[in-house]
Design a protein around this ligand. Structure first.
Ligand SMILES: NC(=O)c1ccc[n+]([C@@H]2O[C@H](COP(=O)([O-])OP(=O)(O)OC[C@H]3O[C@@H](n4cnc5c(N)ncnc54)[C@H](O)[C@@H]3O)[C@@H](O)[C@H]2O)c1
Length: 330
């Protein structure tokens, strides 16, 4: 039997964590024959709830789960890990400004970056889910200087899955027939869901849908606002779909993307597509041997250019705000 993949989930007692630990334990990410060791981190007041999650993992009798380590100590949670799902974050409270939320979360991801740097394997793959995901991932990497920056990414896969599902519903086709939807930029309402390069059964989506006004209007705003629509209906934010997307993201990173297909991930910009170098920008990427590369050469029309600029501008502002929070906390 292979030695287990050591996987950390932070915020493991929360909503997303509840679905995510089951999916990882079921073999959905690292394979049905790969044992996993689950390191579950949450904050001290949540240790009771986390204990309950551990009981349920045991009661699932999952063959892949070798052992489970519940803890409130990042040194234990990140010890020698191969993969990290950083879900735990401060939720937005009533009356809280976006800037206050950013400040609270940036501090969490600074501390976790430092702990990853100290305790995790240098090959660790870090996926940041907790919001603001792109900027949290940037800060986390900044404070983990001995881990390659390519090992940090932010989740926009839920937005990609939402875009794919909207197109499939519109055309009345199974969701798997829709490929290569792209999310550009920030995981926020400025993101640009783009199906200009997407296909359905090999045919361009723009041709199959044959309604440019919808694709350039309501389709984009539906995907951008889908998180809010789920909150309005459920009174809680997306959790099952967020956990599924986190598994999809890590599975693509671990196992690679099929030839001719790409997925969207928030990764360090190298300036591709005229974006600001150094921000965590969501791009279409190919993945091979656990290394992503930005898909190059896609034609960008004026409509897309404007959208990329707007979301890139927001990411630069978030980065500047986050850096000043970190500098003030030194
Ligand atoms: N990127 C995306 O697509 C996406 C989608 C959905 C949700 N999210 C974000 O994911 C995060 C989690 O969502 P949720 O619904 O599971 O929230 P939740 O409030 O149910 O759970 C969050 C958990 O994180 C824990 N936590 C807080 N600070 C922590 C710390 N410093 N270390 C470890 N754990 C800590 C909390 O105690 C809680 O158990 C939120 O920031 C949410 O906005 C992102």
């Amino acid at each position: 039997m292979a030695s287990p993949v050591k996987v950390c989930v932070t915020g493991a007692a929360g909503q997303i964590g509840y679905s995510l630990v089951y999916m990882i334990g079921s073999g959905a990410v690292f394979g049905p024959n790969t044992p996993v060791s689950l390191h579950l981190l949450d904050i001290p007041p949540m240790m009771g709830a986390l204990e309950g999650v551990c009981m349920e993992i045991a009661d699932c009798a999952l063959p892949c789960v070798r052992d489970v380590v519940p803890t409130a100590d990042p040194a234990v949670a990140f010890n020698d890990i191969d993969a990290a799902f950083l879900v735990g974050a401060m939720p937005r409270k009533e009356g809280m400004e976006r800037k206050d939320l950013l400040a609270a979360n940036v501090k969490i991801f600074k501390v976790q970056g430092e702990a990853l740097d100290k305790y995790a394997k240098k090959s660790v793959k870090v996926l940041v889910v907790g919001n603001p995901a792109n900027t949290n991932a940037l800060i986390c990497s900044q404070y983990a200087p001995t881990i390659p920056k390519e090992n940090f990414s932010a989740m926009t896969r839920l937005d990609q899955n939402r875009a794919q599902a909207q197109i499939a519903a519109r055309l009345g086709v199974p969701v798997a027939e829709v490929k290569n939807c792209i999310i550009w930029g920030n995981h926020s309402s400025t993101q640009f869901p783009d199906v200009r390069h997407a296909t359905v059964n090999g045919k361009p989506v723009y041709e199959a849908v044959n309604d440019d006004a919808w694709l350039m209007g309501d389709f984009i705003s539906t995907v951008q606002k889908r998180g809010g629509a789920v909150i309005a209906a459920r009174k809680l934010s997306s959790a099952m779909s967020a956990a599924k997307a986190a598994c999809d993201h890590m599975s693509s990173w671990w196992n690679g993307t099929p030839d001719g297909q790409f997925v969207s991930m928030g990764v360090f910009s190298d300036g591709s597509y005229d974006t600001a170098p150094g921000v965590m920008f969501s791009f279409p990427v190919h993945i091979k041997d656990r290394k992503w590369s930005i898909v190059q050469g896609l034609p960008i029309d004026d409509f897309a250019k404007g959208k990329l600029e707007a979301t890139g501008k927001e990411l630069c502002e978030e980065r500047d705000d986050a850096m000043s929070v970190c500098a003030a906390a030194q």
